[in-house]
Write a protein that binds this ligand. Structure first.
Ligand SMILES: [Zn+2]
Length: 402
Protein backbone atom coordinates (compact mmCIF):
# COMPACT_ATOMS: atom_id res chain seq x y z
CA UNK A 1 0.00 0.00 0.00
CA UNK A 2 1.34 3.52 -0.80
CA UNK A 3 2.78 5.27 2.25
CA UNK A 4 0.34 8.15 2.02
CA UNK A 5 -2.71 5.86 2.20
CA UNK A 6 -1.11 4.01 5.08
CA UNK A 7 -0.73 7.29 6.96
CA UNK A 8 -4.37 8.21 6.42
CA UNK A 9 -5.49 4.80 7.67
CA UNK A 10 -3.25 5.04 10.73
CA UNK A 11 -4.58 8.50 11.42
CA UNK A 12 -8.13 7.09 11.47
CA UNK A 13 -7.19 3.97 13.45
CA UNK A 14 -5.50 6.07 16.16
CA UNK A 15 -8.93 7.54 16.88
CA UNK A 16 -10.60 4.18 17.51
CA UNK A 17 -10.16 3.50 21.18
CA UNK A 18 -10.62 0.05 22.74
CA UNK A 19 -11.75 1.40 26.13
CA UNK A 20 -14.44 3.43 24.41
CA UNK A 21 -15.41 0.36 22.35
CA UNK A 22 -15.81 -1.68 25.49
CA UNK A 23 -17.77 1.02 27.31
CA UNK A 24 -20.18 1.44 24.41
CA UNK A 25 -20.97 -2.26 24.27
CA UNK A 26 -21.28 -2.49 28.07
CA UNK A 27 -23.67 0.48 28.13
CA UNK A 28 -25.86 -1.04 25.44
CA UNK A 29 -25.94 -4.52 26.98
CA UNK A 30 -27.31 -2.87 30.15
CA UNK A 31 -30.21 -1.47 28.09
CA UNK A 32 -32.68 -4.38 27.98
CA UNK A 33 -34.08 -3.99 24.45
CA UNK A 34 -35.72 -7.42 24.45
CA UNK A 35 -37.91 -8.49 21.54
CA UNK A 36 -40.55 -9.73 22.02
CA UNK A 37 -42.09 -7.46 23.19
CA UNK A 38 -39.70 -4.94 21.54
CA UNK A 39 -38.48 -2.43 24.07
CA UNK A 40 -36.11 -0.55 21.78
CA UNK A 41 -36.89 3.02 22.92
CA UNK A 42 -34.02 3.40 25.38
CA UNK A 43 -31.63 1.97 22.78
CA UNK A 44 -32.84 4.41 20.13
CA UNK A 45 -32.38 7.28 22.59
CA UNK A 46 -28.90 6.09 23.54
CA UNK A 47 -27.80 5.93 19.90
CA UNK A 48 -29.38 9.29 19.20
CA UNK A 49 -27.33 10.80 22.02
CA UNK A 50 -24.09 9.15 20.89
CA UNK A 51 -24.63 10.14 17.25
CA UNK A 52 -25.25 13.75 18.28
CA UNK A 53 -22.05 13.76 20.35
CA UNK A 54 -20.14 12.68 17.24
CA UNK A 55 -21.76 15.50 15.28
CA UNK A 56 -24.03 13.54 12.96
CA UNK A 57 -27.39 14.82 11.69
CA UNK A 58 -29.74 12.63 13.69
CA UNK A 59 -33.41 11.84 13.64
CA UNK A 60 -35.84 9.25 14.94
CA UNK A 61 -38.66 7.68 12.93
CA UNK A 62 -41.48 5.97 14.76
CA UNK A 63 -42.26 2.71 12.91
CA UNK A 64 -44.56 1.04 15.42
CA UNK A 65 -46.24 2.70 18.42
CA UNK A 66 -43.43 3.83 20.73
CA UNK A 67 -40.78 2.02 18.67
CA UNK A 68 -38.42 4.13 16.56
CA UNK A 69 -35.59 3.64 14.10
CA UNK A 70 -32.68 6.03 14.56
CA UNK A 71 -30.63 7.49 11.69
CA UNK A 72 -27.44 9.53 11.80
CA UNK A 73 -25.76 11.07 8.77
CA UNK A 74 -22.16 12.17 8.36
CA UNK A 75 -22.51 14.53 5.46
CA UNK A 76 -20.09 14.46 2.57
CA UNK A 77 -19.23 17.41 0.36
CA UNK A 78 -21.57 16.40 -2.48
CA UNK A 79 -23.77 13.82 -0.78
CA UNK A 80 -23.16 10.84 -3.08
CA UNK A 81 -22.47 8.01 -3.33
CA UNK A 82 -23.90 6.85 -0.02
CA UNK A 83 -22.95 4.02 2.31
CA UNK A 84 -25.21 2.77 5.06
CA UNK A 85 -23.97 0.94 8.14
CA UNK A 86 -26.95 -0.82 9.67
CA UNK A 87 -27.66 -2.60 12.94
CA UNK A 88 -30.68 -3.72 14.91
CA UNK A 89 -31.57 -2.33 18.32
CA UNK A 90 -33.39 -5.38 19.67
CA UNK A 91 -32.05 -8.54 21.29
CA UNK A 92 -33.65 -11.94 21.83
CA UNK A 93 -34.84 -12.70 25.38
CA UNK A 94 -32.20 -14.21 27.70
CA UNK A 95 -34.36 -17.28 28.41
CA UNK A 96 -33.93 -18.94 31.81
CA UNK A 97 -31.61 -16.55 33.69
CA UNK A 98 -30.57 -19.38 36.03
CA UNK A 99 -28.78 -21.02 33.11
CA UNK A 100 -26.47 -18.00 32.79
CA UNK A 101 -23.26 -17.82 34.82
CA UNK A 102 -23.87 -14.08 35.33
CA UNK A 103 -26.53 -11.38 34.97
CA UNK A 104 -27.33 -11.33 31.22
CA UNK A 105 -27.84 -7.56 31.38
CA UNK A 106 -24.91 -6.82 33.71
CA UNK A 107 -22.67 -5.60 30.90
CA UNK A 108 -19.05 -6.05 32.04
CA UNK A 109 -15.62 -6.82 30.61
CA UNK A 110 -13.16 -9.44 31.78
CA UNK A 111 -9.88 -10.14 29.96
CA UNK A 112 -10.87 -8.47 26.72
CA UNK A 113 -14.34 -9.99 26.51
CA UNK A 114 -17.62 -8.16 27.09
CA UNK A 115 -20.36 -10.38 28.43
CA UNK A 116 -24.15 -10.28 28.23
CA UNK A 117 -27.22 -10.66 26.04
CA UNK A 118 -26.71 -8.74 22.84
CA UNK A 119 -22.95 -8.33 23.31
CA UNK A 120 -22.43 -10.25 20.05
CA UNK A 121 -25.85 -9.92 18.42
CA UNK A 122 -25.50 -7.08 17.84
CA UNK A 123 -24.69 -4.24 20.18
CA UNK A 124 -21.03 -4.72 19.35
CA UNK A 125 -21.88 -4.08 15.68
CA UNK A 126 -23.67 -0.86 16.63
CA UNK A 127 -20.66 0.18 18.71
CA UNK A 128 -18.31 -0.43 15.76
CA UNK A 129 -20.54 1.71 13.53
CA UNK A 130 -20.38 4.60 16.01
CA UNK A 131 -16.62 4.27 16.44
CA UNK A 132 -16.03 4.31 12.66
CA UNK A 133 -18.17 7.41 12.16
CA UNK A 134 -16.49 9.17 15.08
CA UNK A 135 -12.96 8.35 13.82
CA UNK A 136 -13.79 9.66 10.34
CA UNK A 137 -15.31 12.80 11.77
CA UNK A 138 -12.36 13.48 14.10
CA UNK A 139 -9.78 12.89 11.39
CA UNK A 140 -11.40 15.69 9.38
CA UNK A 141 -11.08 13.82 6.11
CA UNK A 142 -13.52 15.31 3.62
CA UNK A 143 -15.62 12.52 2.18
CA UNK A 144 -17.66 13.25 -0.94
CA UNK A 145 -20.53 10.91 -0.16
CA UNK A 146 -22.70 10.56 2.94
CA UNK A 147 -22.09 7.91 5.57
CA UNK A 148 -25.44 6.88 7.06
CA UNK A 149 -25.81 4.98 10.32
CA UNK A 150 -29.15 3.28 10.98
CA UNK A 151 -30.33 1.49 14.12
CA UNK A 152 -33.56 -0.36 13.43
CA UNK A 153 -36.22 -2.08 15.52
CA UNK A 154 -37.66 -5.57 15.29
CA UNK A 155 -34.97 -7.53 13.41
CA UNK A 156 -35.36 -10.44 15.80
CA UNK A 157 -39.05 -10.78 14.98
CA UNK A 158 -40.31 -9.54 11.62
CA UNK A 159 -37.77 -6.99 10.38
CA UNK A 160 -40.38 -4.24 10.44
CA UNK A 161 -37.78 -1.56 11.25
CA UNK A 162 -35.59 -2.19 8.20
CA UNK A 163 -38.68 -2.31 5.99
CA UNK A 164 -39.60 1.22 7.10
CA UNK A 165 -36.30 2.87 6.12
CA UNK A 166 -36.76 3.35 2.37
CA UNK A 167 -40.45 4.39 2.63
CA UNK A 168 -39.20 7.15 4.98
CA UNK A 169 -36.60 8.24 2.42
CA UNK A 170 -33.61 6.60 4.10
CA UNK A 171 -31.69 4.64 1.51
CA UNK A 172 -28.14 4.20 0.21
CA UNK A 173 -26.11 2.95 -2.74
CA UNK A 174 -24.63 0.16 -0.64
CA UNK A 175 -25.17 -1.31 2.81
CA UNK A 176 -23.16 -3.17 5.40
CA UNK A 177 -25.29 -4.90 8.02
CA UNK A 178 -23.04 -5.23 11.06
CA UNK A 179 -24.25 -8.68 12.16
CA UNK A 180 -21.70 -11.03 13.76
CA UNK A 181 -19.56 -12.60 11.01
CA UNK A 182 -16.13 -12.64 12.70
CA UNK A 183 -15.23 -9.77 10.34
CA UNK A 184 -15.64 -11.96 7.22
CA UNK A 185 -17.87 -10.41 4.50
CA UNK A 186 -20.98 -12.43 3.72
CA UNK A 187 -22.85 -11.79 0.49
CA UNK A 188 -25.66 -14.36 0.70
CA UNK A 189 -27.90 -15.86 3.32
CA UNK A 190 -30.71 -18.36 3.51
CA UNK A 191 -34.38 -17.53 3.87
CA UNK A 192 -36.94 -19.35 5.95
CA UNK A 193 -40.56 -20.34 5.97
CA UNK A 194 -42.40 -21.83 8.91
CA UNK A 195 -45.41 -24.01 8.02
CA UNK A 196 -48.21 -25.49 10.04
CA UNK A 197 -49.48 -28.76 8.63
CA UNK A 198 -52.62 -30.37 10.07
CA UNK A 199 -54.23 -33.72 9.39
CA UNK A 200 -58.01 -33.76 9.66
CA UNK A 201 -59.55 -36.95 11.03
CA UNK A 202 -62.95 -38.12 12.21
CA UNK A 203 -63.55 -38.64 15.91
CA UNK A 204 -65.43 -41.52 17.51
CA UNK A 205 -65.30 -43.16 20.94
CA UNK A 206 -62.06 -45.13 21.13
CA UNK A 207 -63.84 -48.26 22.34
CA UNK A 208 -65.45 -48.65 18.90
CA UNK A 209 -62.38 -48.57 16.60
CA UNK A 210 -61.57 -51.24 14.03
CA UNK A 211 -58.58 -51.70 11.74
CA UNK A 212 -60.81 -51.10 8.71
CA UNK A 213 -62.36 -47.93 10.16
CA UNK A 214 -65.85 -49.46 10.02
CA UNK A 215 -67.40 -46.64 12.04
CA UNK A 216 -65.97 -44.01 9.67
CA UNK A 217 -63.27 -43.05 12.14
CA UNK A 218 -60.05 -41.51 10.90
CA UNK A 219 -57.22 -41.13 13.40
CA UNK A 220 -55.51 -37.80 12.65
CA UNK A 221 -52.40 -38.80 14.61
CA UNK A 222 -51.91 -41.98 12.56
CA UNK A 223 -52.36 -39.92 9.40
CA UNK A 224 -49.78 -37.46 10.64
CA UNK A 225 -47.26 -40.30 11.03
CA UNK A 226 -47.42 -40.78 7.25
CA UNK A 227 -46.88 -37.06 6.70
CA UNK A 228 -43.92 -37.07 9.09
CA UNK A 229 -42.23 -39.94 7.25
CA UNK A 230 -42.57 -38.11 3.93
CA UNK A 231 -41.13 -34.88 5.36
CA UNK A 232 -38.21 -36.72 6.88
CA UNK A 233 -37.54 -38.34 3.49
CA UNK A 234 -37.85 -34.97 1.74
CA UNK A 235 -34.74 -33.72 3.55
CA UNK A 236 -32.71 -36.15 1.44
CA UNK A 237 -33.98 -34.45 -1.77
CA UNK A 238 -33.09 -31.05 -0.34
CA UNK A 239 -29.60 -32.16 0.57
CA UNK A 240 -28.91 -32.66 -3.14
CA UNK A 241 -29.55 -28.96 -3.91
CA UNK A 242 -26.20 -27.58 -2.76
CA UNK A 243 -25.43 -23.88 -3.04
CA UNK A 244 -21.71 -23.07 -2.86
CA UNK A 245 -22.24 -20.08 -0.55
CA UNK A 246 -24.91 -21.19 1.91
CA UNK A 247 -25.00 -25.00 1.68
CA UNK A 248 -28.24 -26.92 1.12
CA UNK A 249 -31.83 -26.14 2.01
CA UNK A 250 -33.29 -28.02 4.98
CA UNK A 251 -36.62 -29.08 6.41
CA UNK A 252 -37.25 -29.98 10.04
CA UNK A 253 -40.35 -30.71 12.14
CA UNK A 254 -40.27 -28.71 15.36
CA UNK A 255 -43.52 -29.29 17.25
CA UNK A 256 -46.49 -31.66 17.26
CA UNK A 257 -49.87 -31.41 18.92
CA UNK A 258 -52.92 -33.61 18.56
CA UNK A 259 -55.84 -35.29 20.26
CA UNK A 260 -57.93 -34.14 23.18
CA UNK A 261 -58.58 -37.25 25.30
CA UNK A 262 -57.21 -40.76 25.53
CA UNK A 263 -60.62 -42.31 24.85
CA UNK A 264 -61.42 -40.23 21.75
CA UNK A 265 -60.04 -40.90 18.27
CA UNK A 266 -58.27 -37.63 17.45
CA UNK A 267 -59.79 -35.57 14.67
CA UNK A 268 -56.88 -33.17 14.37
CA UNK A 269 -53.11 -33.32 14.61
CA UNK A 270 -50.78 -30.42 13.77
CA UNK A 271 -47.06 -30.02 13.28
CA UNK A 272 -44.90 -26.98 12.70
CA UNK A 273 -42.14 -27.23 10.14
CA UNK A 274 -39.03 -25.09 9.60
CA UNK A 275 -37.96 -24.98 5.95
CA UNK A 276 -34.75 -23.06 5.18
CA UNK A 277 -34.54 -21.61 1.69
CA UNK A 278 -31.65 -21.04 -0.65
CA UNK A 279 -31.15 -17.38 -1.59
CA UNK A 280 -32.92 -17.92 -4.93
CA UNK A 281 -35.77 -20.13 -3.65
CA UNK A 282 -39.11 -18.43 -3.15
CA UNK A 283 -41.49 -18.99 -0.27
CA UNK A 284 -44.18 -19.99 -2.77
CA UNK A 285 -41.92 -22.61 -4.37
CA UNK A 286 -41.28 -24.17 -0.99
CA UNK A 287 -44.99 -24.17 -0.21
CA UNK A 288 -45.84 -25.80 -3.54
CA UNK A 289 -43.27 -28.49 -2.88
CA UNK A 290 -44.86 -29.41 0.47
CA UNK A 291 -48.31 -29.16 -1.09
CA UNK A 292 -47.28 -31.74 -3.70
CA UNK A 293 -46.09 -34.13 -1.00
CA UNK A 294 -49.45 -33.82 0.78
CA UNK A 295 -51.42 -34.21 -2.46
CA UNK A 296 -49.49 -37.37 -3.33
CA UNK A 297 -50.32 -38.81 0.10
CA UNK A 298 -54.02 -38.06 -0.36
CA UNK A 299 -53.91 -39.69 -3.79
CA UNK A 300 -52.48 -42.86 -2.27
CA UNK A 301 -55.01 -42.82 0.58
CA UNK A 302 -58.09 -40.58 0.06
CA UNK A 303 -58.80 -40.62 3.80
CA UNK A 304 -55.71 -38.46 4.37
CA UNK A 305 -56.98 -34.89 4.55
CA UNK A 306 -54.55 -32.12 5.27
CA UNK A 307 -54.35 -28.39 5.73
CA UNK A 308 -51.21 -26.35 5.00
CA UNK A 309 -50.57 -22.82 6.31
CA UNK A 310 -47.62 -20.45 6.29
CA UNK A 311 -46.92 -19.12 9.80
CA UNK A 312 -44.12 -16.74 8.88
CA UNK A 313 -41.44 -16.30 6.26
CA UNK A 314 -38.30 -14.32 5.42
CA UNK A 315 -36.66 -14.47 2.05
CA UNK A 316 -33.02 -15.31 1.44
CA UNK A 317 -30.68 -12.78 -0.12
CA UNK A 318 -27.73 -12.65 -2.46
CA UNK A 319 -25.49 -9.82 -3.66
CA UNK A 320 -23.55 -10.05 -6.92
CA UNK A 321 -19.83 -10.75 -6.26
CA UNK A 322 -18.86 -7.93 -8.66
CA UNK A 323 -20.54 -5.22 -6.58
CA UNK A 324 -18.12 -2.60 -5.17
CA UNK A 325 -19.36 -3.20 -1.62
CA UNK A 326 -18.28 -6.85 -1.83
CA UNK A 327 -14.83 -5.96 -3.14
CA UNK A 328 -14.29 -3.08 -0.70
CA UNK A 329 -15.37 -5.16 2.31
CA UNK A 330 -13.05 -7.98 1.31
CA UNK A 331 -10.09 -5.62 0.80
CA UNK A 332 -10.69 -3.85 4.11
CA UNK A 333 -11.08 -7.14 6.00
CA UNK A 334 -7.85 -8.44 4.45
CA UNK A 335 -5.99 -5.28 5.45
CA UNK A 336 -7.11 -5.50 9.06
CA UNK A 337 -6.96 -9.27 9.52
CA UNK A 338 -3.66 -9.41 7.59
CA UNK A 339 -4.69 -12.55 5.71
CA UNK A 340 -6.63 -13.62 2.61
CA UNK A 341 -10.36 -13.50 3.16
CA UNK A 342 -12.95 -15.46 1.24
CA UNK A 343 -16.38 -13.85 0.91
CA UNK A 344 -18.93 -16.43 2.00
CA UNK A 345 -22.60 -17.12 2.87
CA UNK A 346 -24.64 -17.68 6.03
CA UNK A 347 -27.46 -19.97 7.07
CA UNK A 348 -29.05 -17.29 9.31
CA UNK A 349 -31.65 -14.82 8.05
CA UNK A 350 -31.23 -11.07 8.62
CA UNK A 351 -32.31 -7.58 7.58
CA UNK A 352 -29.94 -7.92 4.62
CA UNK A 353 -32.93 -9.61 3.00
CA UNK A 354 -34.93 -6.36 3.18
CA UNK A 355 -32.18 -4.22 1.65
CA UNK A 356 -31.62 -6.70 -1.19
CA UNK A 357 -35.18 -7.76 -2.00
CA UNK A 358 -37.28 -4.75 -1.07
CA UNK A 359 -34.83 -1.92 -1.78
CA UNK A 360 -32.56 -3.52 -4.40
CA UNK A 361 -29.38 -2.33 -2.64
CA UNK A 362 -26.12 -4.31 -2.88
CA UNK A 363 -25.55 -5.44 0.71
CA UNK A 364 -23.09 -7.47 2.74
CA UNK A 365 -23.09 -8.73 6.29
CA UNK A 366 -19.91 -7.94 8.19
CA UNK A 367 -19.42 -7.40 11.89
CA UNK A 368 -17.73 -8.32 15.17
CA UNK A 369 -18.43 -11.53 17.06
CA UNK A 370 -19.34 -14.97 15.79
CA UNK A 371 -22.80 -16.16 14.78
CA UNK A 372 -22.29 -19.19 17.05
CA UNK A 373 -22.40 -16.78 20.03
CA UNK A 374 -25.73 -15.26 19.02
CA UNK A 375 -28.86 -16.15 21.01
CA UNK A 376 -27.02 -18.41 23.47
CA UNK A 377 -26.44 -18.22 27.23
CA UNK A 378 -23.19 -16.65 28.44
CA UNK A 379 -22.94 -14.64 25.20
CA UNK A 380 -19.80 -12.53 24.85
CA UNK A 381 -17.80 -10.57 22.29
CA UNK A 382 -14.11 -9.75 22.08
CA UNK A 383 -13.26 -6.04 22.37
CA UNK A 384 -10.57 -6.52 19.76
CA UNK A 385 -13.20 -7.53 17.19
CA UNK A 386 -15.27 -4.45 17.95
CA UNK A 387 -12.24 -2.26 17.32
CA UNK A 388 -11.29 -4.14 14.14
CA UNK A 389 -14.84 -3.96 12.76
CA UNK A 390 -14.75 -0.19 13.30
CA UNK A 391 -11.46 0.00 11.37
CA UNK A 392 -12.93 -2.05 8.51
CA UNK A 393 -16.06 0.15 8.36
CA UNK A 394 -13.91 3.28 8.30
CA UNK A 395 -11.73 2.00 5.45
CA UNK A 396 -14.75 0.92 3.42
CA UNK A 397 -16.34 4.35 3.97
CA UNK A 398 -13.12 6.09 3.03
CA UNK A 399 -12.80 4.14 -0.22
CA UNK A 400 -16.48 4.11 -1.13
CA UNK A 401 -17.20 7.74 -0.32
CA UNK A 402 -13.83 9.43 -0.73
ZN1 LIG B 1 -28.67 -10.02 14.81
Amino acid sequence: MPKQINQIHDQIFSRIDSTEASNLVQDMVKIQSVNPPGNETAMANYLEKKMKEIGLDVHLDECLPGRSNVTGRLKGTIGYPTLMLNGHLDVVPPGDKDLWSFDPFGGFEINGRIYGRGSTDMKSGLASMLLAAKALKLSEIQLKGDLILTGVIDEEFMGRGAKELSPKGISADMVIVAEPTELIPIRAHKGLVFFEISTIGKAIHSSKVSSKGNEGEVNAIYQMCKVLTKIQEHLINLENKVDTLVGNPTISVGTITGGSKTNVVPDRCSITVDRRLLPNESVEDAKDEVKKILQQLSKEDPRIKTDLKIITSRRGAITNPDEPIVRLSKEAAEEILEKDVEVTGSSATSDMEVFVNQDNIPTVLLGPGSLGMAHITDEFVEVNQVVNAAKIFAIVALKALG
